[in-house]
Design a protein around this ligand. Structure first.
Ligand code: ZN
Length: 257
């Protein structure tokens, strides 16, 4: 694919990268959904992807936006959403790392990301990653926040066919208290759920941004929440998980540190 090099990546036809929900809320919890959107800037065409690929889990976290919006509605707290696909630039990866602008995602090649010039990569950072980063910072500066949660979804099975048994996971390195309280609160609501701390992933400096760069530095109560995406495929599923998560977050706020 021939990626042109305009002076700017985004044009007037493209949406702003950041969307806020409840921006003026002073509720002390900030929600984030870095993988909400599946937008591709017009100047990048379709990134050379096969038809429909952008609608799959490589393009976005399926169901995560609906879940994050439903939790924000219940808690009346601020939520920051990224409107562009993580295949354009992954806003939960440090810029410059291999996962930031992936040339392959879950076995699928991303032609529009192969052989990218330094200038093209920098435009994705400055026009898409940086505004989300600034919005997160603004969210913490607008009102005191004592907790922050990043909401994601994941695929039920890996490429090798191995099934992931967990319905949801709560990821953290430094705040096992919050992740465990979240797990215990949801387990008490539905004892049949399979829940875990630090599954299906772990937090790493190389593959995460919000937890290392914000939650840990600000020393707030936090977790990166992962819900299996087949549980979010319809409105009922989203409502069930929004109830679980909002109850757990309220419990965390009640308990305090
Ligand atoms: Zn995600």
């Amino acid at each position: 694919m021939n990626v042109t090099s305009p002076n700017t990546l985004l044009s007037e036809n493209d949406p702003a990268p950041v969307e806020w929900v409840n921006p003026s809320s002073v509720v002390p919890v900030l929600l984030l959904c870095e993988h909400a959107g599946q937008g591709i800037p017009e100047s990048l065409g379709d990134l050379g992807l096969a038809s429909g690929a952008i609608d799959t889990h490589i393009g976005l976290d399926i169901g995560a936006e609906a879940l994050a919006r439903a939790v924000a509605e219940r808690l009346n707290c601020p939520l920051v959403l990224q409107r562009y696909s993580r295949l354009v630039i992954d806003c939960n990866r440090p810029p410059g790392t291999p996962g930031s602008i992936p040339s392959v995602s879950d076995g699928v090649g991303i032609p529009g990301n192969i052989g990218l010039s330094k200038a093209d990569a920098e435009r994705r950072v400055t026009e898409i990653f940086a505004p989300l980063n600034a919005a997160i910072r603004a969210g913490f500066e607008r009102a005191p926040r004592r907790a922050g949660f990043s909401i994601h979804s994941y695929v039920p099975a890996l490429l090798n066919g191995r099934q992931r048994p967990w319905h949801a996971g709560f990821l953290t390195r430094c705040d096992l208290t919050t992740a465990s309280l979240m797990l215990d609160t949801i387990a008490a609501r539905d004892p049949n759920l399979v829940l875990a701390v630090n599954e299906p992933y772990n937090i790493c400096d190389d593959s995460d941004w919000f937890i290392p760069q914000f939650a840990e530095k600000y020393e707030i109560e936090h977790a990166l929440i992962e819900v299996r995406h087949d549980l979010l495929k319809d409105r009922d599923g989203v409502e069930i998980w929004a109830d679980h998560l909002s109850h757990a977050i309220l419990k965390i706020l009640e308990c305090g540190r």
